[in-house]
Design a protein around this ligand. Structure first.
Ligand SMILES: C[S@@+](CC[C@H](N)C(=O)[O-])C[C@H]1O[C@@H](n2cnc3c(N)ncnc32)[C@H](O)[C@@H]1O
Length: 242
């Protein structure tokens, strides 16, 4: 992923270009059919959902087709939302809103299901060393996860689809304050992607808790001069405890 993926202006111009070229959009991390069985495990009749950073993906349309209704899709790119709203005009129980995933404008406990695919990855794109995440990124991800936890119904479920494996991404999710359990599946044939499922009201295991704590032990403090060990990128003993 490119460093520009963190900028709203980048996504606006990319979606404007896609619209002009009528490319039909880009699908990150495979097609819905590749992980539909993992979504299906959690879906119940009457499940309402929220898609974070929907982009021009077919994910929202597929979820809606599969019975996740009403379905709200948000993205902070107005160009993207305008395009998607036009494409799906007149479909009942489907809405599109310009919104920042860090500041969700919904009441507490609104959604049974919240899902994101590649949105957190785009927000974390500046990270150079996945073992030692900067405080800025920890804060941005925490803003999103705190908001997701807040808008989830008491037994709701958050799904996160990414290329980032459990020892890197799992520790962001495994924080007791979000009030959920964490589990991870993978899918894909040539390249594996990760499908995290967080159940609100569930418990973290002791391994999860240790992972969660390791995030704060290992983050990079940009105000400190790095030690030899940190420069060398060989902090294996700390990382082994993940
Ligand atoms: C890598 S793309 C993934 C798009 C889509 N989810 C998919 O699976 O194809 C990241 C998307 O997240 C959106 N995004 C990034 N940061 C966001 C934020 N803070 N709030 C809302 N959307 C955001 C971008 O505009 C972009 O559409």
């Amino acid at each position: 992923m490119s460093g520009r993926y963190k900028e709203q202006a980048y996504w606006d111009s990319r979606y404007r270009e896609e619209g002009q070229l009528r490319t039909g959009g880009h699908e990150w991390f495979g097609a819905y059919r590749d992980f539909a069985h993992l979504v299906g495990r959690e879906r119940r009749p009457g499940t309402g959902g929220l898609v974070l950073g929907c982009g021009t993906s077919s994910l929202s349309a597929e979820l809606h087709k599969d019975g996740v209704r009403p379905l709200v899709s948000i993205d902070y790119s107005p160009v993207c939302i305008q395009e998607m709203a036009q494409r799906h005009a007149n479909i009942p129980d489907m809405s599109w809103m310009v919104m920042d995933a860090r500041h969700l404008q919904f009441p507490d406990g609104t959604f049974d299901l919240v899902i994101e695919k590649g949105t957190l990855d785009a927000m974390m794109v500046d990270e150079r060393d996945p073992w030692r995440v900067t405080q800025d990124t920890i804060t941005i991800v925490d803003q999103v996860l705190s908001e997701v936890s807040r808008v989830l119904a008491p037994s709701g479920c958050f799904m996160s689809i990414t290329f980032s494996p459990p020892h890197f991404r799992g520790r962001h999710y495994a924080q007791p304050k979000y009030g959920w359990s964490v589990s991870c599946d993978s899918y894909g044939t040539d390249f594996h992607y990760y499908f995290y499922t967080m159940h609100k009201g569930g418990q973290l295991t002791s391994l999860d808790l240790a992972r969660g704590q390791s995030l704060y032990k290992s983050h990079v403090d940009l105000t400190q001069t790095p030690t030899f060990l940190e420069c060398d990128g060989e902090d294996f003993l700390n990382n082994i405890h993940l």
